[in-house]
Ligand binder design. Structure first.
Ligand code: PRX
Length: 635
């Protein structure tokens, strides 16, 4: 018998021991007792990190939407599945029941089919946080199409790169989106992207902001009339356990974004089981994760994990600052939110605006608070604990990644004693390891090293779309027979983990992964720029912000070109999106380089962070003189 709902610390220990002694049996029992299978598996797990290859529940047949929707229809048909809170507080919230969700997903699935989408086709979804977004993910899953959601804040260029990388056949979008007082012309961005995408045959458009847009004959279709004419029945496509469910792009330290591929059965089992336990979700609860579905947090913990548990999950279209900084707390009060899951950057931004915004609202419904996306600093942790949770709601600091599919290190509320800034203990089935510089595992507590995972878990990404070698090189080559996370961590005297941050060139800005290479590429396209280097530096609200060192072609040019700074940020906005804009741009005479020509980012990082006491030996550099010059002109 499995224990689907862990309720206290001894239960956690007992189950954890079981889960690492015999992971196959542990996951088999969970899978067997809590999900709907069209056919059971022949083999629970086969794996080889050297290839790398991981397969869970091989031979089984299922459809994830039957698990997320159909099986709840008899018991919870009228329960709210998705509670939609619009950008404008004057617009009423919408409650979509499981029955309605079933009908809407089937209609959308039938529309996709009518436009020629079939099992295995890739569909790009570029939509704001409106119900159609969740419905489209599920509609793809219903018919076995692979969804690739692109966050609707990315630029036309970034969108085109992602569409082309996985040869998407269709794009789902809207006329535009609301963001506080602003509107964004999403369809215009799609039109621009599609100028360089040859695989897209059709574009389906949701009417959201009623703006005038261009509709290309034969390619673009309004979704509403198509949905109205579509049947509310759609037989689910029966999928193999390891069939891809979706692709989601994440930044790497170099090169183009990586299309992480997640498979069906393992992803479903792990996200559902973690959701239940990490948030201690009970049947009448209303759960709200403030992430966007454009990121993995939204995929796993707004859509799939909650719906697989028959939960009520909130989708919020707006921003925390509109119409004022009390908006989150107003929503908590209005919908009596029981579990609230957000990012440290949001907590810091709201804390800065003062506690009065929180105090105006009744937050007594909150039972569990969550954070994700970046390390949470002690001050933000206490502000959250004191003012939002009133010291009564445990904070789950959940550590995980796009690649891991689900939460790997986290407290279980009411079970694990929390400790500020610590993600605490591994979730069931997760076997972390800290590695030293020489590639050896550091045993025992009170250690610091590179964080790896030693054994597969069901929701790990299976490959990078179109580039398995890169998957191997990035995650399975640094340490033999281990998944390398790219993060550093320390383990305290009782075995709690604290994530210290990235150890590669990925910078987490406001909880979003930023690879330095694509930003540098964008800057280098400016005709005045010779070369550039991007590093992160500590920022009060964003956690990290981006600092650019830029060398111009004409060295005689003034170093204080505000216009040039604007142009550079404009280029970044066009190539990637506003989230990648630089906070500071310093024009330099040159960049410090090793004799082999590699930019010494370590030195640049220290200078940008105002930490120049120990720059290390700079005499071996090709051009040591530039270091002093950069220090003298630091911003
Ligand atoms: O550095 C870690 C940080 O975010 C990275 C993963 O980013 P992404 O793939 O965008 O997924 C974010 C949402 C799951 C990690 O490698 N990170 C995530 N959660 C935490 C964290 N760092 C510290 N504490 C966390 N709780």
């Amino acid at each position: 018998m499995s224990n689907y709902h862990i309720k206290n610390f001894p239960e956690y220990f007992h189950e954890y021991r079981k889960s690492v002694r015999n992971p196959e049996l542990f996951w088999e029992e969970i899978a067997e007792e809590h999900f709907l299978w069209r056919k059971k598996w022949d083999n629970v797990l086969s794996w080889d990190f050297a290839k790398p290859e991981v397969k869970w529940f091989e031979g089984s047949k299922l459809n994830i939407t039957e698990n997320c929707i159909d099986r709840h229809l008899f018991t919870k048909g009228d329960k709210t599945a998705i509670l939609f809170e619009p950008n404008d507080p004057k617009e009423p919230a919408t409650h979509i029941s499981y029955k309605e969700l079933h009908a809407r997903v089937n209609q959308m699935a039938n529309v996709l089919k009518s436009k020629g989408i079939k099992k295995g086709d890739r569909v790009c979804i570029y939509l704001p946080m409106i119900p159609e977004l969740a419905v489209s993910l599920l509609a793809c899953a219903r018919i076995g199409a692979i969804h690739s959601v692109v966050f609707a804040g990315f630029s036309a260029n970034a969108l085109a790169t992602r569409i082309n990388d996985s040869d998407c056949k269709m794009v789902l979008t809207s006329d535009g989106s609301y963001r506080g007082v602003k509107t964004i012309d999403l369809k215009g961005i799609v039109d621009e992207a599609l100028e360089s995408c040859s695989t897209v045959e059709s574009v389906l458009v949701v009417k959201r902001i009623q703006s005038e847009i261009n509709m290309k004959d034969g390619r673009d279709f309004w979704l509403e009339p198509l949905l109205a004419g579509a049947s509310t029945d759609c037989e689910p496509e029966i999928m193999d356990a390891e069939d891809p469910l979706f692709i989601l792009y994440t930044s790497g330290s170099t090169g183009k974004p990586k299309g992480m591929v997640h498979s069906t059965a393992g992803y479903m089992v792990y996200t559902a089981y973690t959701f239940k336990n990490v948030f201690q979700y009970r049947d009448s609860d209303v759960y709200w994760c403030t992430a966007d579905i454009g990121w993995i947090t939204g995929h796993s913990y707004i859509v799939y994990g909650p719906l697989a548990n028959g939960a009520t999950t909130v989708m919020f279209e707006g921003v925390p600052s509109y119409p004022d900084f009390g908006r989150f707390w107003e929503i908590v009060e209005k919908h009596k939110i029981n579990q609230f899951y957000t990012a440290p950057t949001a907590i810091r931004a709201l804390a800065k605006e003062g506690v009065q915004h929180v105090e105006q609202h009744d937050l007594s419904s909150i039972k569990v608070l969550g954070t994700v996306g970046e390390p949470i600093n002690e001050e933000a942790w206490h502000w959250y604990d004191d003012n939002v949770g009133k010291k009564k709601a445990p904070i789950v600091d959940t550590w995980w990644q796009t690649e891991t599919g689900g939460i790997l290190i986290t407290p279980i509320p009411f079970c694990t004693p929390t400790k500020p800034t610590y993600a605490t203990l591994p979730f069931l089935g997760i076997q972390p390891a800290l590695m030293d510089e020489n590639g050896q595992e550091i045993k025992g507590n009170q250690a610091e090293g590179r964080l790896c995972i030693k054994f597969p878990w069901p929701s790990m990404a299976r490959t990078i779309w179109g580039n398995h070698q890169r998957y191997k090189d990035t995650y399975f080559s640094a340490f033999e027979n281990k998944y390398f996370t790219g993060d550093g961590a320390l383990r305290d005297e009782v075995g709690y983990y604290r994530i210290t941050g990235r150890v590669d060139d990925v910078i987490i800005v406001s909880g979003h992964n930023m690879g330095t290479a694509p930003i540098e590429d964008a800057i280098n396209e400016h005709p005045a720029v010779a070369e550039s280097a991007i590093v992160g530096f500590p920022h009060e609200v964003k956690g990290n912000a981006l600092y650019g060192y830029v060398t111009l072609k004409e060295t005689g040019e003034s170093r204080n070109h505000d216009n040039l700074r604007k142009e550079i940020n404009q280029m970044i906005t066009e190539q990637i999106g506003p989230i990648a804009k630089l906070d500071k741009i310093q024009f330099t005479a040159g960049l410090p380089k090793t004799r082999s020509g590699k930019i010494m980012r370590r030195i640049l990082r220290k200078i940008a962070s105002n930490d120049t006491s120990n720059l290390g030996d700079t005499s071996t550099l090709l051009n040591p003189e530039v270091v002093q010059d950069i220090m003298d002109n630091v911003l």
